[in-house]
Write a protein that binds this ligand. Sequence first.
Ligand code: FPP
Length: 267
Amino acid sequence: MRLGKLIDDKINDLLIKIDMQKVPNHVAIIMDGNGRWATGKGLPRSFGHKQGVIVLKEILKAAKNLGCKIITVYAFSTENWTRPTKEVEFLINLFSEVLKNEIKEIHEESTKIKFIGDLTPFPKNLKEIISSSESLTKNNNKFLFNVCVNYGGRQEIVKVAKQLALKSSSGEIKPNEIDEKLFDSELLTGGIKDPELLIRTSGEKRISNFLLWQLAYSEIYISDVLWPDFNEYEFLKAIIDYQSRNRRFGGIESLPNESLKDSQCSS
Ligand code: FPP
């Protein structure tokens, strides 16, 4: 109890420092360090992924309470297939299990869940549960939870380029009609507002092929904490750090944060 109170006090100390008018609308997260967390404790890497899910739930709750509208996580990259088969299978099963266990609550909280990436190589049962979860929650509008799986930023950009080239050669669009807005609307994120903040855990300072287009102007916050040890307190620290930044977008003066804010969460 005393420890719980201490943690609540620490969180409250941070909460009072947060400007609720400048909470980021969209936060992207690279949840890194699950494997190192587990091996550091002499445990199989899978334990790190399981703990990672618990942390993800805590962060989604914290983000919603704060007033964020969109969280986009990197759950499986196109490069993750190179991991040992056992780990890949474990992750694929974990995605199914998490969806089965959590979808009711996700829906009750009016959260829309969307999977972003090429789902083709995944097993039929995972594709089915993804599809039913997406259709169940498609009209929810309080919060958008994007899960990037078998996702790669370069692959996404190439796909858009191909689509636009096809539309152009079929005469649907003219080449000079291709601009940032049109390109953006063809992305897998489907024209939602870009993340104002990217959080990466475990101290790694790379984007790792995540949302290459969408992160063009995002603030980047690197936390040294491994994802399974990340928590609401660390998340609030990231938000406070974000709020201390002067976002100039290549210009001179900072834009009013409100102009970046999108009260809608759906695409
Ligand atoms: C990175 O740590 C983490 C992953 C590749 C998987 C993250 C997935 C989850 C937490 C499950 C989420 C589930 C749903 C349905 C959203 P790492 O293994 O790269 O760690 P390391 O860098 O220490 O090896």
